[in-house]
Write a protein that binds this ligand. Structure first.
Ligand SMILES: Nc1ncnc2c1ncn2[C@@H]1O[C@H](COP(=O)(O)OP(=O)(O)OP(=O)(O)O)[C@@H](O)[C@H]1O
Ligand SMILES: Cc1cn([C@H]2C[C@H](O)[C@@H](COP(=O)(O)O)O2)c(=O)[nH]c1=O
Length: 709
């Protein structure tokens, strides 16, 4: 429509729409994960991650089992087992930063392929060595190859982690990390343990008939383990998108690894975000190390046995998993920078409370909370590294933090039993009563206090909303108190129609409003740009007056129109409990300016969020139509405006952008084929709107006959 009227306000009987079926402004974890898995290149990377992680867990079980079976005597077996664990942890301490620089300097895909191929050969060499050399030499080779495998894994990990943000959209990074963490620490350990047991059973059966399997009890697992890495390498060959980014670029002048290392270190020193992440993660892992290191003695001091220790230990991981799975759902729109520090503070408080509990069961509850906080923080940290650290630094930052985590864990695990022994039992006298306090409690409290300071410091360093009160943020996040929900409690509902030129938005806005009015609902129909007096002038500037505007100026003018529109038309109508139906809203800016004009979609989103004060539509109806068809519809009416006059490829990109936006948040969108008959479209829209304004979720009976769908 070339010239639009002002906002039409219909003051019918008050809506009284006691909408009880809230449409969350966020997106459910499962649909976010489905969305990210629809990205082909990411899906392939996930297959590789899953295979590699399965190989890692299977490899850990198989190599430790083989090491103990190769050693003779109780002590030697323990040394062999400890030896495998030590050689697995050691490389991270000195190789981590170098591996990160490597991931930033060389083609990440090639790094992953070569790493997987080398791991395949190394894992395969262990059972082969077992076939040709004696037990002692096999054990020696097992330790050497485990060390080398770990070194190679250090190159694979940052290359993989740093690639994820290049394969998915920015708003999908959190879901991608969630999936990757759940796969690595939830699914594959269980699958690896299950597979290991099954392979052991098979080996036992085979050993009854074949001598080979008697002497080679875990080799089947090692062969399969090697195969997972080979398969992983092959899959990465088919993810060319990983290579299409900055990695592999030769930094002009100085491109050496040493230079990259120095550059990485100075970036890490100067970045408040990375500084906050370091402090926070050190705090979180000191807390985790304290619980793991002191857990057994702590449980014993409370009168618990091995079973209680197992439950307490397991609770850390159950909490971690829940934090990663449900954290984003609970935190919703809370800034991830704030969330990171707050989650560590929460974990620290839980640790302190754990330490003062009189009973194992109560302590377990707080250990769950501790794990939950750590899980939320870890996911938020990973997400921030993906969203807020530039591609060229990401490998180094990932690698540095991963190394740091390992070092802190090793140190905490080593220091805690020592500290407990030093503190011993303390007796405090209060009047005539003596209180005996176990050393573990004191160590746990100290660990909690350290973590608390770390969380607060991280929060201070990273807070990006220093003007806004944190309590408001937190309470509204916990209540799920999005502006959409609040409005729906007052009865207001905000529906936006979006789509390309001539897709039938104005027609459908009118049809919906007519139906609502007939059912006695107060409706405001409106549009962008130009629904207010000021807006009408902006519309002229944007669409008709010459000269052409620069893309940024255009984006700002659309935002200015929107700010005035929201303030003077939309918000008052919603506050009055009306249904507001708009022809175009924020998505038009994201699609036309963000994608059509090649401005960054996130930048445009920020401007719109600021202009609207965060007001989102409860339902976005996307009328989807090939650009050519829509343009043919509107060109018939003459008087083309500046945007209509853009090329067909511009309008096709805009269409794709609308579809992509809908795909990333399917619960808020109704995507309709705009080539259907107007009556059919109108009926589908009515059904969706009915579900939002009627508590029983049933579509309202149409006020008049409509064509069958
Ligand atoms: N479902 C439909 N099938 C065929 N023609 C339609 C359909 N819906 C609307 N039209 C016709 O297409 C033309 C454009 O419709 P409308 O003005 O509703 O689209 P619009 O999306 O608001 O356009 P604009 O992008 O200019 O705002 C009108 O002539 C209208 O009658
Ligand atoms: C809100 C908004 C609109 N546009 C473009 C899209 C259309 O080409 C015109 C509006 O024309 P209509 O006939 O009123 O649909 O403006 C945009 O580029 N960015 C926006 O935010």
């Amino acid at each position: 429509m070339s010239e639009k009227r002002g906002a039409v306000i219909s003051e019918n009987r008050a809506a009284g729409a006691t909408a009880a079926s809230p449409t969350p402004a966020g997106i459910s974890a499962s649909s976010a994960i489905r969305g990210v898995m629809r990205v082909r290149s990411y899906r392939r990377l996930w297959y590789t991650t899953a295979l590699s992680s399965l190989g890692d867990w299977l490899g850990l079980l198989a190599t430790t089992a083989l090491a103990t079976s190769l050693a003779n005597g109780y002590q030697a077996k323990n040394y062999a087992l400890g030896g495998v664990l030590v050689v697995k942890l050691l490389p991270a301490i000195f190789l981590g930063p170098l591996a990160g620089a490597f991931a930033d300097r060389f083609d990440r895909r090639m790094t992953m392929i070569v790493s997987d191929a080398v791991r395949f050969v190394l894992f395969l060499s262990i059972p082969l060595a077992h076939l040709v050399v004696d037990r002692d030499r096999t054990l020696a080779w097992l330790l050497i190859s485990s060390f080398l495998i770990e070194c190679v894994s250090l190159f694979w990990m940052p290359a993989k982690d740093a690639s994820v943000p290049n394969l998915v959209r920015r708003d999908q990074i959190e879901a991608a990390n969630q999936l990757s963490l759940v796969t690595t620490y939830g699914l594959t350990p269980v699958a690896g343990a299950g597979l290991f047991s099954v392979l052991s059973l098979i080996t036992n059966v085979l050993a009854r008939h074949l001598d080979f399997f008697k002497t080679q009890p875990v080799n089947l697992a090692l062969y399969l383990n090697a195969a997972t890495f080979l398969a992983g390498a092959v899959i990465v060959v088919f993810i060319p998108e990983i290579s299409g980014h900055r990695n592999g670029r030769v930094v002009e002048g100085q491109s050496g690894l040493l230079h990259l290392l120095r550059e990485g270190l100075s970036f890490i020193k100067s970045s408040r975000l990375v500084g906050g992440l370091i402090v926070g993660l050190v705090g979180a892992f000191v807390a985790a190390g304290a619980v793991i290191g002191a857990g057994k003695i702590f449980v014993t001091s409370l009168g618990g046995g091995n079973a209680a220790y197992g439950v307490l230990f397991g609770s850390v991981f159950v909490g971690l998993g829940s934090g990663m799975a449900f954290g984003p759902r609970i935190a919703r729109d809370l800034s991830r920078r704030r969330l990171f520090g707050l989650a560590i503070v929460f974990a620290a408080v839980c640790l302190i409370l754990t330490a003062v509990m009189p009973h194992v069961a109560l302590a377990t509850v707080f250990v769950l909370g501790l794990g939950f906080g750590a899980g939320v923080a870890y996911l938020a940290g990973m997400t921030l590294m993906g969203t807020d650290v530039d591609d060229e630094m990401r490998g180094r930052v990932f690698a540095m933090l991963q190394s740091l985590i390992r070092v802190v864990l090793i140190l905490a695990l080593a220091a805690v039993p020592f500290a407990v022994a030093q503190v011993g039992r303390k007796t405090f006298h209060f009047g005539s009563v003596d209180y005996v306090v176990d050393g573990t409690r004191i160590v746990l409290i100290v660990g909690g206090i350290l973590a608390l300071f770390a969380g607060l410091l991280a929060y201070r360093k990273m807070d990006d909303r220093q003007q806004g009160a944190v309590w408001q943020d937190v309470t509204s996040a916990l209540r799920g108190d999005s502006s959409a929900r609040r409005r729906m409690r007052t009865g207001g509902l905000f529906v936006a129609f979006e789509g390309g030129e001539g897709s039938g938005k104005s027609t459908q806005v009118e049809r919906l409003a007519e139906w609502l009015r007939e059912s006695g609902t107060a409706v405001t129909t409106t549009h962008e740009p130009g629904a207010t007096d000021v807006g009408a002038q902006i519309r002229r500037l944007l669409l008709h007056d010459s000269p052409a505007l620069s893309p940024r100026a255009e984006a700002l003018l659309f935002a200015a129109d929107r700010a005035h529109h929201v303030e003077s038309v939309i918000r008052p109508a919603l506050e009055a409990g009306q249904v507001v139906v708009t022809d175009r809203y924020v998505d038009s800016s994201l699609a036309y300016q963000g994608v059509g004009r090649n401005l960054q979609i996130d930048e445009v989103r920020k401007i719109s969020r600021w202009a609207t004060g965060g007001l989102q539509a409860d339902l976005i109806v996307l009328l989807d139509l090939p650009a050519e068809l829509g343009l043919a519809r509107v060109r018939g009416r003459g008087g083309e405006d500046k945007l209509e006059a853009e090329s067909i490829s511009f309008h096709e990109r805009v269409r794709e952008a609308f579809r992509m936006l809908a795909e990333s948040d399917p619960r808020r969108y109704l995507v309709l084929d705009a080539s259907l008959q107007p009556d059919v479209i109108a009926a589908k829209v009515r059904a969706a709107v009915s579900r939002l304004i009627r508590p029983d979720c049933a579509p309202a009976p149409p006020p008049k006959a409509v064509a069958p769908q």
